[in-house]
Design a binder for this molecule. Structure first.
Ligand code: ARG
Length: 582
């Protein structure tokens, strides 16, 4: 609807330019808002007020002129001038009803595929090898996955890039320790606890000089491509990713083996990158290290900031890898757009790597690199989320606790459920709640993890939305219809019906906004508002009550069908399952 008004207004503006009413080079920024008070129409623009000056006219007069020139459109039943020169648009309910009919008959709920599909590389999740996924990994994983699903829904080609930390000098000690564990034939148990494994490896490295010597030797061999070290390294990666995959599966995150593009992938590129940067005059030797000085980032003393890309001992750095990685994503993957879901503390790191990559010509201007930054996960006390003893919370433990809590909650709410059905529902609710709590907050701010809020059936939570969906399913069951196959256009007589229909037609805009702004919370806010709008509709406009005429019931069922469809699709784009009952 907004898009229609926008097109009509732009056409009018260009007519006025041709007629000389407006300066030919004027590029007005159109603002079209939904009105709060529907007696003033459904949409309003301040265009006439903005253009009055360049048009050398007064706003109300100009508004009148715009209305007269504007092409007629079936979607708009009336246009009025209000106050100092606002133009108000009244939506034609018949047209709105047709839109609902179309939404119902379209798998994509009237969301158009992108006119020019892009290749988008999405860098998300990125846990580290031989470390257990910690609770903070959930942010990158869950937010990145929702944006990935949304981009794919819009027809973009998405490359999931799980940039795992699978390279570095720590692998010497990890291999040495894995060898020790294997030699002593310790059970697999020890490997199932990666935190303990890493800790033990480090302890041996610090305390046992022989072990440390062997570790250093293994690093060199691993980097030289030694077969034994490579196979031990592979084992460590596989064990870690098998465990991570269990978290992904539980969370319904669409990552798998084939999406792993870890740091090691870029290792072979690093020597040539440093050489090339030196040949281009970008990198220079400084006290034995290779350094790129960036004028755009001044250090404390006002000097250009030096970014080390190769250490004195020949080792490469995290930044060198990200320079190579950006190059790879453009040259090998053909990226038009690269999204990095990484916490905000790495902003400077990314800026440095990208500035160097662009200067070197690895990333052309038209390719967009975006740091989709997010804040920290905090406990209720506003401090970083920790276990009672102050340790990092393992993601598995968090998911287990969510399931336990949800199970108790559902048992209390619905005592008729059989054990296994209740467990199934509880699992779906638990995972949804944990994900949604994260997704629904603006990702740039820190986020407070709070069990009671996220599992509440009231407010902007997953259980609330899942419950709204199941309520609509029970309306269908009562009416004896299959909600998924409803088709036709409703009659929009009541204000509540029109308001709900309007809300439903916003879905397409929201999907596009999530993709453009890489912010799934926009979808959450929308679905929450939609569910609220539905509740108001259902209160004002009963469906299954005695005395509701057949045609009215049929029409209202269509609105229920469209709402269920949008809720399911929208939650699906967030990677959240809907339930038939709960
Ligand atoms: N291209 C990247 N740097 N991606 C993010 C990697 C995140 C890194 N493994 C970490 O845990 O901090």
């Amino acid at each position: 609807m907004k898009a229609i008004i926008e097109t009509l207004l732009l056409e009018t503006v260009s007519q006025m330019k041709q007629a000389g009413t407006l300066p030919a080079d004027l590029q007005p920024r159109l603002q079209i808002d939904r009105t709060k008070d529907k007696s003033h129409g459904d949409f309003a623009t301040n265009l006439a007020m903005m253009l009055a000056k360049p048009a050398k006219s007064n706003p109300r007069q100009l508004a009148q002129q715009i209305i007269e020139l504007m092409p007629k459109h079936a979607a708009i039943s009336n246009i009025e001038i209000a106050g100092p020169g606002f133009i108000n648009f009244f939506v034609n309910p018949d047209h709105l009803a047709d839109q609902i009919g179309q939404l119902l008959s379209d798998d994509h709920a009237s969301v158009q595929l992108a006119a020019s599909p892009q290749t988008v590389v999405v860098d998300y999740s990125a846990p580290n090898v031989a470390k257990e996924m910690a609770v903070h990994h959930i942010r990158s994983t869950v937010i990145g996955d929702a944006v990935t699903r949304t981009l794919e829904f819009l027809g973009h080609q998405v490359v999931r890039a799980n940039h795992i930390g699978d390279w570095g000098t720590q692998f010497g000690m990890l291999i040495a320790y894995l060898e020790k564990v294997q030699n002593e034939q310790a059970s697999d148990m020890e490997l199932s606890d990666l935190e303990a494994f890493y800790r033990e490896a480090k302890k041996h490295y610090d305390e046992d000089e022989d072990f440390a010597e062997r570790s250093r030797n293994y690093v060199v061999k691993l980097q030289g491509g030694d077969e034994y070290c490579q196979s031990m390294w592979r084992k460590l990666v596989d064990i870690t990713m098998e465990q991570n995959q269990r978290n992904y599966d539980r969370l319904n995150v669409s990552l798998s083996d084939k999406d792993v593009m870890g740091e090691s992938l870029y290792n072979d590129m690093l020597p040539a990158i440093v050489e090339d940067l030196a040949a281009q005059g970008l990198a220079v030797e400084d006290a034995g290290a290779m350094v790129v000085f960036l004028e755009e980032y001044k250090g404390k003393d006002g000097d250009a900031m030096g970014v080390i890309i190769r250490k004195k001992d020949g080792g490469y750095l995290y930044t060198t890898t990200d320079i190579a990685c950006a190059k790879y994503r453009v040259a090998q993957l053909g990226a038009d757009r690269v999204l990095y879901f990484i916490d905000s503390r790495q902003a400077m790191h990314l800026q440095q790597a990208w500035t160097i990559a662009r200067k070197a010509g690895y990333v052309p201007e038209q390719v967009s690199l975006e740091h989709c930054a997010f804040g920290m996960m905090l406990g209720k006390d506003g401090k970083p989320f920790k276990t009672r003893s102050g340790g990092t919370v393992k993601l598995v433990d968090l998911l287990d606790e969510a399931e336990e809590r949800a199970n108790a909650l559902i048992a209390e709410k619905n005592q008729d459920l059989a054990d296994d059905e209740r467990r199934e529902i509880a699992t779906a609710v638990a995972m949804a709640a944990v994900k949604y709590a994260d997704l629904s907050k603006n990702r740039t701010t820190d986020y407070i993890f709070d069990w009671d809020n996220m599992l509440s059936f009231e407010g902007n939570t997953a259980p609330y939305l899942q419950y709204a969906y199941t309520r609509i399913q029970s309306i269908f069951r009562k009416a004896g219809v299959d909600g998924a196959t409803l088709s036709g256009s409703p009659q929009l007589q009541e204000a509540a019906e029109q308001a709900l229909a309007q809300k439903l037609t916003q879905f397409s805009d929201v999907v596009n906004n999530v993709a453009a702004k890489t912010s799934p919370h926009l979808m959450c806010t929308y679905l929450y508002e939609l569910a609220g709008q539905f509740m108001s509709f259902y209160e004002a406009c009963p469906v299954n009550k005695d005395g509701v005429a057949d045609d009215v019931r049929a029409s209202r069922l269509l609105l229920c069908g469209a709402t269920a469809k949008v809720l399911k699709l929208g939650l699906g784009l967030l990677g959240i399952a809907t339930l038939e009952r709960m």
